[in-house]
Design a protein around this ligand. Structure first.
Ligand SMILES: [Zn+2]
Length: 412
């Protein structure tokens, strides 16, 4: 459906990057831009139901390629399920043709829209062909895929990686694959810093920078990432990533210690945490409270389609409660700090028309929630209820740049 004009009357709107709730007599948009937020005053509570407008949600880390295999990792270790070349995921993905794979991607992107998500940052495996497939699903569904492409096969043998010889850059065939990936994708990603040589990281950093592309990497998902990097190079994987690769986005930090959290914050890089995926793999929960206390800019991801539904509403609820338990004082964090992880914290990473915030003149990228339902209509704290009580059934519409990606008959 194309972008068009529209308006909602007598609603609550979470305004600006701080997501402050306001009672508004009118929220209007024309084409791809918000044209009015006629506010009456701040709103903390709802007395007898309202529609609540929030920014469209950003999923900071996904692998939708394996959404074709829901719960396929059940009973497998991280290595058995996910690692190249022989992990379950790679064996099964190799069996799919583009024609049999694409419908899975589209179905899960539509589910994202149905659950309030307008954009996701995806580590897309299978080289340029994998990127092209996700690009097609994104175009067909209207959900924006920021594609961070991975090599189809590892460029280096294990012995070469451990030797990490100076000057051992990408083999010519992989250099050519990298060029092709960057012609389709929005950037580059790799599973861990241990999967390439230092020379290859420097090469990839230079080429992505010259083309204005994004760089992302998993770090510290478990202690093995750090230990192998230390054994190979004398530096942990996060320090190595920041020094060699200069990533825009660091994913996981599940086992980050105080020094590593301080290092991340000093670097001013954004991190995407994935609490449900970590839990599902039997890993520790990420140090959400310590990261928030240190002032890290955080995104939330649902990680592999194989592990989790790409439903950020569930991730918000889980993360809020994990964070409260870690803060251990019942007062922290402010629920808005959790909702920012799926909205306005995206701005430093993507820029452009990605604000994750609502205001006149900003993109008409928003979600309308039905707070007239019995379980929401008397909310005593609107933002806390958005974070912890809204379910997919409570989403009335998801718009990106004025275009409805999902809309129920009850919206207007
Ligand atoms: Zn991942």
């Amino acid at each position: 459906m194309p972008a068009s004009s529209g308006q909602l009357t007598d609603c609550v709107v979470l305004l600006g990057p701080e997501l402050a709730p306001f009672n508004c007599s009118r929220f209007a948009w024309s084409a791809d831009t918000i044209t009015a937020t006629d506010c009456i005053g701040p709103a903390t509570t709802i007395d007898s139901g309202a529609r609540v407008v929030i920014p469209g949600l950003y999923n900071g880390h996904t692998h939708m390629g394996d959404s074709a295999l829901p719960d396929g990792a059940t009973g497998l270790t991280l290595e058995e399920a996910f690692f190249r070349p022989a992990g379950y995921k790679y064996r099964e993905l190799a069996r799919l043709t583009p024609d049999t794979h694409l419908p899975h991607l589209e179905a899960h992107l539509r589910y994202m829209a149905r659950t309030g998500t307008v954009c996701h940052l995806d580590f897309r495996e299978q080289g340029p062909a994998g990127a092209e497939l996700l690009r097609a699903a994104s175009i067909n569904t209207g959900v924006e895929s920021i594609i961070l492409n991975q090599f189809n096969e590892s460029p280096f043998a294990e012995a070469d990686l451990r030797a990490n010889r100076p000057g051992h850059a990408l083999p010519p065939a992989h250099r050519a694959e990298l060029e092709r990936m960057l012609s389709v994708a929005d950037g580059f990603s790799e599973s861990t810093m241990n999967d390439l040589t230092d020379a290859a990281w420097a090469e990839i950093r230079a080429l992505t920078a010259s083309k204005g592309k994004l760089r992302a990497i998993h770090c510290l998902e478990n202690a093995g990432y750090r230990e192998l990097s230390l054994a190979t190079t004398g530096r942990g994987d996060l320090a190595r990533a920041l020094e060699l690769y200069d990533p825009h986005l660091v994913v996981h930090l599940t086992v980050a210690d105080a020094d590593e959290i301080a290092l991340l914050v000093r670097s001013e890089k954004t991190a995407a945490i994935n609490p449900r995926a970590n839990a599902n793999l039997g890993l520790p929960l990420p140090p959400v409270a310590a990261l928030l206390r240190a002032g890290a800019n955080l995104l939330l991801g649902t990680d592999n389609g194989m592990l989790n539904s790409p439903n950020l509403l569930a991730e918000l609820d889980f993360t809020y409660k994990v964070a409260k338990s870690q803060f251990a004082d019942a007062l922290s964090p402010d629920p808005a700090a959790i909702l920012k992880m799926a909205t306005s914290n995206i701005r430093p990473v993507l820029g452009g028309d990605h604000h994750g915030a609502l205001a006149v003149g900003l993109p008409a990228t928003f979600v309308v929630l039905d707070f007239t339902k019995g379980h929401l209509r008397h909310s005593r704290h609107i933002v806390a209820s958005v974070v912890t009580r809204v379910t997919p059934d409570d989403v009335l519409a998801t718009y990106r740049l004025g275009r409805p990606l999902y809309q129920t008959a009850d919206l207007f």
